[in-house]
Design a protein around this ligand. Structure first.
Ligand SMILES: Nc1ncnc2c1ncn2[C@@H]1O[C@H](COP(=O)(O)OP(=O)(O)OP(=O)(O)O)[C@@H](O)[C@H]1O
Ligand SMILES: [Mg+2]
Length: 117
């Protein structure tokens, strides 16, 4: 007799382990800029401060996200890689925003506003 078991990944361990997938700082920032380009941004600013409370901020003027889109965007695997995407969409795995950012830091803040239609 065979038995099928559901083995749900442990989210805390998985997110911690995925911090170590091997992004360089350049590749991590490039992954975030890819997202800005996919969102039709015409300007992307990269700001950083390396003093006592260091941060890197990626600011774009792309189409942004509605609150529910932003909530989903923060989920690892936010979109299935087998889904058909817009040909101009540089994303594929539904991971980059989270894994690229958290490879470089422990605190990620995303603020977004959707373009007015
Ligand atoms: N700067 C942004 N402007 C608007 N939407 C964004 C932005 N960054 C991310 N998103 C949205 O969040 C989703 C998740 O981004 P994430 O980078 O995690 O995955 P992805 O781009 O779909 O795939 P990949 O893992 O290959 O980068 C994107 O598909 C997009 O819908
Ligand atoms: Mg991406």
């Amino acid at each position: 007799m065979t038995e099928t078991l559901e083995v749900i990944p442990h989210p805390v361990s998985l997110i911690e382990s995925m911090r170590a997938v091997g992004y360089s700082i350049e590749a991590a920032i490039a992954d975030l800029i890819d997202n800005s380009i996919s969102a039709r941004a015409s300007t992307v600013e990269v700001k950083y401060d390396a003093t006592s409370e260091p941060f890197i901020a990626i600011l774009d003027d792309g189409w942004g996200m509605e609150p529910d889109e932003l909530t989903n965007a923060m989920r690892h695997g936010s979109q299935n890689p087998t889904d058909t995407r817009d040909p101009d969409d540089l994303g594929r795995f539904g991971l980059g925003l989270k894994t690229a950012s958290l490879s470089q830091c422990r605190k990620l803040t995303v603020v977004s506003k959707r373009w007015e239609e």
